[in-house]
Design a protein around this ligand. Structure first.
Ligand code: NAD
Length: 486
C-alpha cells in the first residue's frame, strides 16, 4: 500500500490555520505520512495573526510564492475577523488562483453515524468564482441596494465539463443541474443551456435538470435520488452545507477547490474556536480533503489506504465527541487518539461500510468547446435608472416622454422590475428606484450618441440618473429581460 521509495516527492503548501486548525492538521499530516504519502511540505501562515498584522486579506504576499511554486494547497480553517475592512481569505484564494470548481462529496456512514438518509452518496460540484460572489454591490437610492450576478459562458463550461469528467472518472451514473432559469432566464438560463450542450458530449451519463427550489427540497428529502449535482455558486454554497449536514455532520465533509493550474483542499467547517486547544476536534473532514489531494497528485494508492483505514476506524466505533453516541460508538477519543487509531488501521478495509477503490486517475478532459462564431451585436436601446420621489409613474412619464430623440423613444417605466407605465396597476408598491426604457422605434441600430442625448435630457430636467444599462440584441435576439407585466 505504501508508495514506492523511488517515487518523487510532490511539493505541497500547508497552512495550519486558526482555532482547531493546528490540531486537525497535525493529525491529518501524521496519518497521510504514515500511509506513505510522498509529499514535500512548505508551511505558510494565514488567518488571524496575518489579519492582525494589518493585512486585509489574511495572507502574506510572500505566501503566494510558495503557492505558485507548489500549486497544491492543503489548508486548515481560519477565523475570519468580525467587522468591516477585512476581505474573505477563501474568496481571495479561490479567485486569485482561478479555482473554478468546488467539489464536496457527501456520503452517509450509517449505522455508525446517525442519519435519516442511510443510502446517501452524492457529490456537489459548485461553481466557485462567479455569480454574486464578485461582491459587486451598490447602494443607488435611499431605499434600494443591488448586487450584480454575473454568469459567463466560459465559467459555466469549465465547471460543467469538470462535473461530467468527475462523474466519468469516479464511475458515477448521473449529473444533475440545479438552476432558477424560470426566473433568471439570461444568467441561470445560460448555465442550463451550457449544461445541455456539454452534457451531449457524455452520452453514457444520465442528465437531468431541476429548478433549484424543488430540487433542493427533493435533495433534503430523498438525497439518494442524486449522484453528482452541479450548480451556480450561491445555490452550491447553501446546498452543499445542507447535503453535508444531512449525512450526519458537517464535521465529516472535505472539499476540493480545483483550477486549471492550482488546487486547494480543506474541511468544509470553520475553526470552531471554542473547541480549540482541547484535543477534542474531529479531524475527519480535513483528512478527507487530504485524501482528495492525494488523488489529485496521483498518489491514489495512498489515498485509498487512508480512506479505507478511516472508514474502518469509523466502523470500529472510535469516535470524537461530535459524533459519539452511546450504543453505537465504542470509544470516545480526542483528536490525537483518533489520528493514532486511523494509523493503526492502515492496510485494513472496512467490513460493513463499502470500501473505496481509487483508480490511478487519468488526465481529465478540460477542452473548451469550439469557439462559437461571434453573434451580431446591435445596440437597440437604453434602460436609464433614476432615483426619484417626485410623484407617480404618470408624472415621471410626462417628464421624460419628450426626451425621445434620434429614433429612441420611451417604451415603458418599471419600478423594482415591475412595469408601472403604461398601464400599471395602482396596487404596485413604488420605491424610489425607477427604470425608464428607451428603445429604437424601428429596426435600425441606435448610436451611443443617441443614448447620450437621452441622458442630457435627464440632466436638463434635473432627474438623478443613477445608472444606465445599454440594450443589445445578439443575432436579433434580445439580450435583456422584459419587466414583470411587460
Ligand atoms: P464552525 O464550523 O467553526 O463551527 C460550527 C460548530 O461545529 C461548532 O459547534 C463547532 O464546535 C463544531 N465543529 C466544527 N468543526 C468541528 C470539528 N472538526 N470537530 C468537532 N466539532 C466541530 O463554524 P462557526 O462557529 O460559524 O465559525 C467559526 C470561525 O470559522 C469563524 O471565524 C468563521 O468565519 C470561520 N470559518 C472558516 C472557514 C474556512 O476557513 N474554510 C469556513 C467556515 C467558517
Amino acid at each position: 500500500m505504501t508508495a514506492t521509495l523511488t517515487q518523487k516527492k510532490t511539493p505541497i503548501t500547508v497552512a495550519y490555520g486558526d482555532g482547531i486548525g493546528p490540531e486537525i492538521m497535525d493529525a491529518t499530516l501524521r496519518i497521510i505520512n504514515a500511509a506513505g504519502a510522498q509529499i514535500d511540505q512548505e508551511t505558510i501562515e494565514i488567518g488571524e495573526a496575518v489579519y492582525n498584522r494589518g493585512i486585509s486579506n489574511g495572507i502574506e504576499p510572500s505566501a503566494w510564492d510558495s503557492l505558485r511554486r507548489t500549486r497544491v494547497f492543503l489548508k486548515a480553517p481560519i477565523t475570519t475577523p468580525q467587522g468591516g475592512g477585512f476581505k474573505s481569505l477563501n474568496v481571495t484564494v479561490r479567485k486569485t488562483l482561478g479555482l473554478y470548481a468546488n467539489v464536496r462529496p457527501c456520503q452517509s456512514l450509517s449505522p455508525y453515524v446517525a442519519t435519516k438518509h442511510p443510502n446517501m452518496d452524492l457529490v456537489i460540484v459548485r461553481e466557485n468564482e462567479e455569480d454574486v460572489y464578485g461582491g459587486i454591490e451598490h447602494r443607488q437610492t435611499q431605499q434600494v441596494t443591488q448586487a450584480l450576478k454575473l454568469i459567463s459562458r466560459p465559467g459555466s463550461e469549465k465547471v460543467i465539463r469538470y462535473a461530467f469528467e468527475y462523474a466519468k472518472q469516479n464511475n458515477r451514473k448521473k449529473v444533475t443541474a440545479f438552476t432558477k432559469d424560470n426566473i433568471l432566464k439570461m444568467t441561470d438560463g445560460l448555465f442550463h443551456k451550457v449544461f445541455d450542450e456539454i452534457g451531449s458530449d457524455y452520452p453514457d451519463i444520465e442528465k437531468e435538470h431541476w429548478i433549484v427550489d424543488i430540487g433542493a427540497a427533493k435533495m433534503a428529502d430523498t438525497p439518494e435520488a442524486f449522484d453528482v449535482i452541479v450548480m451556480p455558486n450561491l445555490y452550491g454554497d447553501v446546498l452543499s452545507d445542507v447535503a453535508a449536514q444531512i449525512t450526519g455532520s458537517v464535521g465529516l465533509a472535505g472539499s476540493a477547490n480545483i483550477g486549471e493550474h492550482f488546487a486547494m483542499f480543506e474541511a468544509i467547517h470553520g475553526s470552531a474556536p471554542r473547541r480549540a486547544g482541547q484535543n477534542l476536534a474531529n479531524p475527519s473532514a480535513l483528512l478527507l480533503g487530504a485524501v482528495m489531494m492525494l488523488n489529485h497528485i496521483h498518489q491514489s494508492e495512498v489515498a485509498e489506504g487512508v480512506h479505507n483505514a478511516w472508514l474502518t476506524t469509523m466502523e470500529d466505533g472510535i469516535h470524537t465527541y461530535d459524533i459519539y453516541k452511546e450504543g453505537t460508538s465504542k470509544q470516545k477519543v480526542g483528536t490525537r487518539e483518533f489520528g493514532d487509531a486511523v494509523i493503526e488501521r492502515l492496510g485494513r478495509t472496512p467490513r460493513k461500510l463499502k470500501p473505496v477503490k481509487y483508480l490511478t486517475s487519468s488526465a481529465m478532459d478540460t477542452h473548451q468547446r469550439p469557439f462559437k462564431p461571434l453573434e451580431e451585436k446591435r445596440l437597440v436601446g437604453v434602460d436609464v435608472f433614476v432615483d426619484w420621489s417626485g410623484g407617480g409613474p404618470d408624472d415621471l412619464a410626462e417628464a421624460i416622454v419628450p426626451l425621445a430623440t434620434d429614433g429612441l423613444s420611451l417604451q415603458m417605466i418599471s419600478n423594482r422590475g415591475t412595469k408601472v407605465w403604461p398601464g400599471g396597476s395602482p396596487e404596485t408598491f413604488l420605491s424610489d428606484h425607477w427604470t425608464c426604457r428607451f428603445i429604437a422605434d424601428g429596426p435600425h441600430t441606435v448610436s451611443h450618441h443617441a443614448v447620450l442625448n437621452v441622458l442630457h435630457g435627464f440632466l436638463a430636467r434635473d432627474l438623478d440618473f443613477i445608472k444606465t444599462e445599454l440594450l443589445y440584441t445578439f443575432d436579433g435576439k434580445p439580450g435583456f429581460s422584459l419587466a414583470q407585466g411587460q
